[in-house]
Design a protein around this ligand. Structure first.
Ligand code: COA
Length: 383
């Protein structure tokens, strides 16, 4: 038998492609979308502009922006069959399962779902970008036995999401917070879900199949599901004074502390720093006892984890750690955190699909076989 090859479990450290979409500098805690620093985009841009930037590779002119925004607004509503399906599923299924199913259904309304021409692919991405926030909002309504709220055409995509979810027009600060979360989650190079999207896309399946694959991958608590899991942990800790005991016991029990650690970042995730900054600002702008307590727990957990594992193992807070408390400023329930992540990551997934299809190559890695060879087949009645 051939010598055992080097196996990079979990593709750790393996490059699978070239890309000009996103640069993650894990040693220095830096992130750029198409060359623009995440801090600038977070403070100065908005989600529509960032989605345009990721997909087209440049910032839009005013005219391009207006046309893009108009297309999104025109497509925001969902077909009746999808609304009905969400109504059936939402009371008992996790919102990510609803999201996966509803997204898959969108292919029914595309007369040419297998079309892979660049302009047609971008058109499909715009449809998905417009409808995924609505799927998340409607799911949030129906799972709580509330009625559908139609979008308000005076609002942007992310503020509309919040409006359709809560029935209340967000103020400027609330609009900024939800938009910020969409910007920060929009893209992050070839992480697990983006890779899975590309694996499906590389077979030349359609974009709805690729997106559904991505949603399934994002659900797991080691990836997108960490935001929901981290908030649940903070709620289980309950009181700030309980934080150290809870974390110490969890670590002794070899449990993972959700919202910490990252395959690429070995320092503080720059997105987590941004979320923390806005979270602290929220305490003066939208004071809330719940959020104040969550932030105290989060900061004590952060201090302990960084003292114990920061420099020694490179385990620092990631974006998912502070995301939950920030969503609570907006009154969003934890089960909707990952669906919001999906709706924003669609921009990155879409950008990667467009890029990958310009030079498509089927993903087909190898595995090192360790089982037997040449077994004698015995008929079932003789076993
Ligand atoms: N809490 C406690 N220990 C952690 C940890 C965490 N959140 N993340 C990693 N570790 C420890 C592991 O136990 C392991 O320790 P060991 O070397 O003693 O066995 C070491 O750090 C390396 O972990 P490993 O799982 O091999 O690294 P990875 O690169 O595969 O892990 C994650 C990356 C994200 C899967 C991991 O950090 C994790 O599970 N984090 C929690 C989930 C999360 O927040 N995910 C969102 C990422 S944006």
């Amino acid at each position: 038998m051939a010598d055992k090859p080097t196996i990079n479990f979990g593709l750790d450290g393996v490059y699978v492609d070239e890309s000009s979409i996103c640069k993650v500098d894990g040693q220095n805690g830096k992130l750029w979308y198409r060359g623009y620093a995440i801090e600038d985009l977070a403070d100065r841009s908005n989600f529509e502009e960032v989605a345009y930037l990721l997909i087209y590779g440049k910032l839009p002119t005013r005219r391009e922006y207006d046309a893009f925004e108009k297309s999104l607004k025109e497509r925001i509503q969902l077909p009746k069959e999808i609304m009905d399906t969400i109504r059936i599923m939402a009371p008992s299924a996790h919102p990510m399962d609803v999201m996966r199913t509803a997204t898959s259904m969108l292919s029914m309304y595309d007369r040419d779902p297998m079309n892979k021409e660049k302009e047609n692919t971008i058109d499909k991405i715009i449809t998905l970008l417009a409808k995924l926030p609505t799927i998340a909002a409607v799911t949030g309504r129906f799972r709580n036995k509330k009625e559908y709220i139609p979008p308000d055409s005076s609002l942007g995509l992310t503020a509309n999401f919040l409006y359709m979810l809560t029935g209340k027009k967000p103020n400027d600060f609330e609009s900024k917070l939800i938009d910020l979360m969409f910007i920060l989650h929009a893209e992050h190079s070839t992480n697990a879900s983006t890779f899975s999207v590309l694996v499906t896309a590389s077979t030349l399946a359609d974009i709805y199949s690729a997106t559904t694959t991505g949603i399934g991958t994002l659900k797991g608590p080691l990836h997108g599901g960490a935001d929901e899991a981290a908030l649940k942990m903070m709620n289980a800790i309950g009181s700030p004074d309980n934080t150290e005991k809870y974390i110490e016991e969890a670590l002794e029990g070899k449990k993972r502390i959700m919202g910490f650690g990252h395959r690429v970042y070995k320092v503080y995730d720059p997105r987590a720093k941004i979320v923390r900054k806005y979270l602290e600002e929220s305490l003066t702008k939208e004071p809330s006892q719940e959020v104040e307590t969550l932030l105290k727990i989060a900061l004590r957990a952060e201090k302990l984890m960084v003292d114990k594992l920061g420099n020694s193992k490179g385990i620092w807070p990631n974006i998912d750690f502070f995301a939950g408390p920030l969503y609570r400023v907006l009154g969003i329930e934890s089960e909707l955190f990952t669906p919001i992540f999906v709706a924003s990551r669609m921009a990155g997934w879409g950008a990667h699909i467009v890029e990958y299809w310009t030079n498509n190559k089927l993903f087909r890695p190898l595995e090192y076989y360790t089982g037997p060879i040449g077994n004698a087949y015995v008929p079932i009645e003789k076993r």
